[in-house]
Design a binder for this molecule. Structure first.
Ligand code: HEC
Length: 125
């Protein structure tokens, strides 16, 4: 069975993909674990790809998108936040983690959690 279909079956069996997103998303308990799994292998202190370090809250908030000055998580504005854009985009050349990498894609529910966390103020909570 191909991984995609296997995942779909797991989602149906557990309803894991349909569960609502909690309010008050926690950076520490909800967001950092997603980043650790899917992003930090390439975005860490040692060798931050694109100069983006996602290994901690402070490192994330200090990271900048290339030459721009905005943070990658703009509090209250997910649509201007690269952190959200790169996981939510349908454009495979832009999406993170890179499609051809070995790292697991951020699920729809996790993407929604990132959106809610940013909309709730991108807090260190
Ligand atoms: C396999 C390595 C790898 C993984 C895993 C990875 N990235 Fe990246 N990322 C890169 C590289 C390389 C660049 C810089 C070159 C580029 O833009 O493609 C980059 C650039 C970025 C940028 C700046 C460019 C832009 O389009 O905004 C952001 C933001 C980003 N990554 C976020 C993430 C997030 C969030 C995750 C996890 C969901 C992630 N990355 C996972 C390799 C990775």
């Amino acid at each position: 069975m191909r991984p995609f279909y296997l995942l779909a079956v797991i989602c149906i069996m557990t309803s894991g993909c349909e569960r609502g997103v909690p309010e008050n998303v926690s950076f520490k308990n909800d967001i950092q674990p997603i980043l650790n799994r899917s992003c930090v292998p390439c975005h860490n202190q040692v060798r931050p790809q694109g100069n983006i370090d996602l290994s901690s809250y402070s490192a994330l908030m200090e990271s900048r998108y290339f030459t721009r000055h905005e943070p990658i998580a703009v509090a209250g504005n997910s649509h201007d936040s690269r952190l959200y854009i790169v996981v939510a985009t349908g454009n495979e050349r832009m999406r993170m983690p890179p499609v051809h990498s070995e790292f697991r894609r951020v699920s729809n529910r996790e993407t929604e959690m990132i959106r809610v966390w940013i909309e709730e103020g991108a807090k260190d909570n």
